[in-house]
Design a protein around this ligand. Structure first.
Ligand SMILES: [Fe+2]
Length: 196
């Protein structure tokens, strides 16, 4: 008996793949405007249009009550002081929540509530589960030396709103200060860049 991908899938956190599932690759050139340090971004892009992260998506069935899930893998690396990270998104259907499960590597998840503006930064490592509430932008960052892999499970109806992030970005950035991930106001970081 053949079991369809819809019901049973096998994934590999080390390659970021789910057998039989399509993989989306986000390259540096797809990330224009998402990193605060534009000069560092252009320098890195001129050198190599590297893959920052991949997403293998499984969408078994559409409609009310259905779930989608994806296996994300973020490579280790920096753009200036910023870590390789995802674009980040709201769900198009704002109330939709999501569950993230850390599989391997070491990173962080940055959250920003759309109306209160409240920011939260949580550690995200193997064997941790993070519940992403609705109305909250979420971005994943790799702060380690190896790929960060995780599963994200969300309502099929959630949708992804990357546009809101592309337009106004997160108010805070996570940057390496003396080798340690540090949360900073975007504006304060940009001022620091100007006087360097
Ligand atoms: Fe999401």
């Amino acid at each position: 008996m053949t079991i369809p991908l819809e019901q049973l899938a096998h994934f590999d956190p080390l390659t970021g793949t789910v057998a039989g599932a399509a993989v989306t690759k986000r390259r540096l050139s797809d990330m224009r405007g998402f990193f605060a340090d534009e000069a560092a971004y252009e320098t890195a892009l001129a050198k190599d249009d590297t893959v920052l992260y991949t997403l293998a998506s499984v969408e078994p069935a559409q409609g009310e009550g259905q779930l989608y899930y994806g296996l994300g893998m973020i490579m280790p690396g920096h753009i200036g002081a910023e870590y390789f990270m995802t674009k980040g998104h709201y769900h198009a259907w704002r109330p939709a929540a999501e569950v993230y499960i850390g599989l391997s590597g070491e990173g962080l998840m940055l959250f920003e509530h759309e109306t209160s503006g409240e920011t939260r930064l949580l550690p995200f490592t193997a064997n941790s589960v993070i519940y992403v509430p609705g109305f909250t932008a979420h971005r994943t960052l790799n702060t380690g030396d190896v790929p960060l892999s995780y599963l994200g499970i969300y309502p099929a109806a959630a949708g992804h709103d990357y546009g809101a992030i592309a337009e106004r970005n997160f108010k805070k950035v996570v940057v390496a200060v003396d080798g340690q991930p540090t949360l900073m106001e975007r504006e304060a970081f940009l001022e620091k860049l100007e006087i360097r």
